[in-house]
Each structure stands twice: as structure tokens, then as C-alpha cells.
Design a protein around this ligand. Structure first.
Ligand SMILES: Nc1nc2c(ncn2[C@@H]2O[C@H](COP(=O)(O)OP(=O)(O)OP(=O)(O)O)[C@@H](O)[C@H]2O)c(=O)[nH]1
Ligand SMILES: [Mg+2]
Length: 197
């Protein structure tokens, strides 16, 4: 039994980086360029303890109707063929939160598929990365009408910085890997979701 996890979001927000964090390898292409890097759906096998996963890297949404239609169609196709167990909306704390992309996906797959939020780029958060959600999670729900079943606050960023002798970025990245894998484990339990009809 293979659970299907689909990561989506606005282009450039760190979708492919998050996929790599989940699978524990650098297999999805990541780019710093202004052009969209991921052009087609990437599928990666992964495991968390005894749970087998297929993790899908989705081309990011941009503002054009064509991009929205194509991205939603890719997600619907995965759901029809293999049944999506968990959707992860990859968000950036200051400018990656786009309710219309969330709504487009939510209305296409229906309420039976859970959508979780993973907020990236939190390596410079003061104190615990989870503090971001304590300050902002309520606003996402009340003002932006984003209803997530669960969330994780992470960084998928570089490993180079050191802070007073502690490799803070490495620690935060390890913490992020644990948080996002725990999130997936909570939602990928029996029974596996069947392909949608
Ligand atoms: N500092 C920091 N940089 C990040 C983080 N996540 C991603 N990045 C950087 O953001 C840039 C874009 O990351 P990608 O993973 O390619 O983003 P994407 O959403 O897949 O982008 P497209 O495929 O182009 O739509 C890269 O330079 C990443 O290294 C993070 O948590 N912190
Ligand atoms: Mg990408």
C-alpha cells in the first residue's frame, strides 16, 4: 500500500525543496532563477518508518488562468488514478499565501482530501519556528478562509550558517524534517484513500 502525498503552492515558494526535505534526498530540481523551475509533475518514492509514500512535486501556480487550470488538472489526474491521501500547501510566511490557489485545489478534489499547511523559510524566526503559527494561524483561517487540517513550520534552507558555534541551520533543518514527516505520518494511516471516481 502506497500513500500519495501531493505538495503544491505558488511558484517559487519552495515546493520542490520541501519535496526533497520529505524524501530525504535531493532529487527534485530546485532553482534560484526567476523562471519557473518545475515544469511537470515529479513523482518520488519515499518511506517513513514502515509507511510507503509517493510524493508528488507539482508545478507551482502563477497568476495566469492557464497555469491555474493546468496545475489543478494535474492534481485531479493524480487523485483519479491513485487517490490523494494528503495535500500539502507550501506557503512562504510573508508573500506565498494565496487563497485562490488553495480554493482552486480544494474545490477540485472535494472535502474528503485533507489539506495541511507547511510554512517554509522560517530559519530566521526568533525562537521556535512553530511560534509563526501561534501568531498567524488564526489569521489564515479567519481572514483568508484557509482551513487546514494540520500544519508544520519549517525551513528547507541552506546548511552553511553557524551561530555561536552551533550549526543552527542544520539543527533547524533536522527539526523541520522531523516535523514534516510527523505531519505526514499523522495523515497517512489506514485506510488508504481510493482513486476518485
Ligand atoms: N532560505 C530559504 N530558502 C528556501 C527555502 N525553501 C526554498 N528555498 C529557496 O527558494 C528557491 C526556490 O525553491 P524551489 O524549491 O525551487 O521552489 P519551487 O516552489 O519548487 O519553484 P518552481 O519549481 O520554480 O515553481 C531556491 O533558491 C531554494 O533554495 C527555505 O525554507 N529557506
Ligand atoms: Mg519546483
Amino acid at each position: 500500500m502506497i500513500y500519495v502525498v501531493v505538495v503544491f503552492g505558488r511558484t517559487g515558494m519552495g515546493i520542490s525543496s520541501l519535496v526533497n526535505l520529505i524524501i530525504g534526498k535531493t532529487e527534485a530540481n530546485v532553482s534560484n532563477d526567476c523562471q519557473q523551475c518545475t515544469q511537470k509533475v515529479g513523482r518520488y518514492d519515499a518511506g517513513i518508518d514502515d509507511t510507503k509514500l509517493e510524493v508528488c512535486d507539482i508545478p507551482g501556480f502563477d497568476v495566469s488562468k492557464k497555469s491555474i487550470d493546468n496545475t489543478v488538472a494535474s492534481i485531479v489526474q493524480i487523485h483519479k488514478k491513485r487517490g490523494i491521501d494528503l495535500l500539502i500547501n507550501c506557503l512562504q510566511p510573508t508573500h506565498g499565501i494565496a487563497p485562490r490557489y488553495y480554493q482552486a485545489v480544494a474545490s477540485a478534489v472535494g472535502p474528503e482530501v485533507p489539506i495541511a499547511a507547511v510554512v517554509t523559510h522560517l530559519e530566521r524566526e526568533d525562537g521556535a519556528m512553530e511560534n509563526w503559527w501561534s501568531r498567524n494561524g488564526g489569521t489564515l483561517e479567519s481572514q483568508k478562509e484557509l482551513k487546514f487540517v494540520d500544519h508544520a513550520c519549517v525551513t528547507t534552507g541552506g546548511l552553511c550558517a553557524t551561530d555561536h558555534g552551533h550549526d543552527t541551520d542544520t539543527l533547524r533543518r533536522q527539526e523541520s524534517e522531523r516535523a514534516v514527516r510527523a505531519l505526514i505520518s499523522r495523515h497517512c494511516k489506514e485506510p488508504k484513500r481510493p482513486p476518485s471516481s
